[in-house]
Write a protein that binds this ligand. Structure first.
Ligand code: P6P
Length: 352
């Protein structure tokens, strides 16, 4: 029987909701004021509202594109706009946020009202998959504001490294809707599945731990001609027959970060979106894709690096990258610790 990388929730405990779990985490946090808890509730409410729209997408007139493009130069799907509006509205109304960064917004939203937290998000990642019913998702990161607590927020509140994250998570709108979040390694990573009949997220994956090693790799091999040679050598290594190291690995690539990351989180293996000649800084965005996922993976015992071998005395952890602007991009390699170790070893051996 497959060994799960999380504790299956016994039927007697299936009633633990996301709200109750968040409240329990608050109770374990000395000095907690309830502001952080209230913020997470707003994110959860927004997730439920977006889920309802995603489920209607095939029916309501939200398919197709608006004809606009976002700051990334990508075609904006109508659901992108809807999801962004919902999350921004819920965060503003919740009065706990001082600054918001979104993939859909060129500039940060800065707010009065003394909110204590800054939120960076991709409101609907993988949106190019909307029209073919592939899993898409919301990705978010939460930082404590750096500016004085009663002033208006500042863009600088959003330009903190991942090591300063207070919480991060994602919502996967797939065959079921899952809310996965962590408030740090001390509290672990936990997954909640939405019961659409009553609109509650119930604990379904308690204390998710990334398997030490997996048997799949997830990378867009269509880009291989643009990769550094070391990347091609790494993929060829995984494809070789070697029963002692459970090779060849299986190839799994959805093209939707939340789908690829979630599978890697619960089943193990490795995901990579490296820099290449087309995207010399990588394609994925640091603040609202790579950092939240890196936070989750490290909290679950995995690794998340920039895809470059660490120079002596330096770090290649994604969480330690210092952001320069809201929409910075970064290469990203994350997954099972042994698989990321192998990636790094091959990188060093190839002299990259
Ligand atoms: P490619 C989706 O557009 C996204 O931002 C991530 O969700 C996904 O991992 C990546 O881009 C896929 O990019 O170039 O393989 O289509």
């Amino acid at each position: 029987m497959q060994q799960h990388s999380w504790r299956p929730v016994p039927p007697s405990a299936v009633g633990i909701t996301l709200e109750q779990h968040i409240a329990q985490q608050m109770a374990m946090s000395p000095g907690a004021t309830g502001h952080f808890t209230a913020l997470l509730y707003q994110i959860m409410l927004a997730a439920k509202l977006v889920d309802a729209r995603v489920r209607q997408a095939g029916l309501a007139d939200v398919l197709g594109v608006t004809g606009d493009t976002n700051v990334q130069g990508e075609r904006v799907q109508k659901l992108d706009v809807v999801a962004n509006e919902i999350f921004c509205t819920m965060l503003k109304r919740g009065m706990r946020t001082c600054a918001i960064a979104s993939e859909e917004l060129d500039h940060a939203i800065v707010l009065d009202g003394g909110g204590r937290y800054a939120v960076a998000m991709d409101p609907l990642d993988g949106s190019s998959n909307i029209d073919c019913n592939v899993t898409i998702g919301t990705i978010f990161g939460v930082w404590r504001r750096r500016s004085e607590s009663m002033e208006r927020g500042h863009e600088g509140d959003l330009l903190q490294p991942g090591t300063a994250l207070r919480a991060a998570g994602y919502i996967a709108y797939g065959s079921s809707t899952m809310f996965v979040y962590s408030t740090g390694p001390r509290f672990g990573v936990h997954g909640f599945t939405l019961d659409p009949h009553i609109g509650e997220f119930f604990l379904s994956h308690e204390d998710i731990r990334v398997p030490k090693r997996g048997n799949t790799y997830s990378v867009n091999e269509g880009n291989s001609s643009k990769w550094e040679p070391s990347m091609r050598r790494w993929v060829e290594h995984l494809k070789q027959e070697d029963s002692a190291t459970q090779r060849p690995y299986g190839a799994r690539y959805v093209g939707s970060l939340v789908a690829d990351a979630h599978r890697t989180l619960v089943k193990g293996g490795i995901f990579a979106y490296p820099a290449d000649t087309k995207s010399p800084k990588g394609k994925l965005r640091l603040q609202y894709e790579a950092n939240p996922m890196a936070f989750i993976f490290e909290a679950a015992g995995g690794r998340a690096i920039t895809g470059r071998a660490a120079a002596p005395g330096a770090s290649n952890r994604v969480l330690e990258v210092v952001p320069e602007s809201l929409h910075d991009r970064t290469p990203l390699v994350l997954g099972s610790p042994d698989d990321v170790d192998t990636f790094e070893r091959l990188l060093v051996e190839s002299g990259a």
